[in-house]
Design a protein around this ligand. Structure first.
Ligand SMILES: [Zn+2]
Length: 167
């Protein structure tokens, strides 16, 4: 089922979704709507221009944990939508909204694509550990710039508020 089909089904009431193990659970209309908005937002912030939101396939990972996968993004959709770590099966909330920060604190070391050569033969002993360290460093830097950006936004909002108070 794709996102727009899911949304269409949800307009009539809660939708029942079944996972690969055959277990199903009901998702409220409001949470389907929140999921759609979250995917659309994430698609914009992460520059996933190739992902067509309405036709993006929704995979129900686990009915028990209420987790869904849309492309490489994962969400928990029970009582509100939470962005999850992109590591398969992990229930940890993601540390940020960028693709590089869509991991939880436990998975910061997961290799960033491209930090290791593609050919296995070119990987020397110790390279994996170094690549994990480098990935963690890259992810933390991206997280820091996300936090800085939010701080700049907040500073701008505060200035507007000050002007409004004085006006
Ligand atoms: Zn994780």
């Amino acid at each position: 089922m794709n996102l727009s089909q899911l949304l269409a089904a949800a307009t009539a009431g809660p939708v029942s979704l079944t996972d690969l193990a055959g277990q199903s659970t009901e998702v409220e209309t409001i949470d389907v709507l929140r999921l759609y908005v979250a995917v659309a937002d994430d698609c914009t912030t992460m520059g996933l221009g190739l992902l067509d939101v309405p036709t993006a396939e929704v995979t129900w990972e686990s009915a028990q944990n209420a987790t869904v996968r849309v492309a490489s993004l994962r969400y928990a959709v029970c009582y509100g939508v939470e962005r999850l770590c992109t590591a398969p099966g992990c229930l940890g909330p993601s540390t940020g909204t960028n693709l590089l920060t869509r991991v939880c604190a436990e998975h910061l070391d997961v290799l960033v694509p491209g930090v290791l050569p593609n050919a296995g033969d070119d990987i020397a002993p110790g390279d994996l550990e170094l690549a994990a360290q480098q990935s963690r460093w890259l992810r933390l830097n991206v997280l820091q710039s996300e936090i800085d950006e939010r701080a700049r936004d907040a500073a701008g909002d505060r200035q507007v508020l000050e002007r409004l108070r004085q006006g």
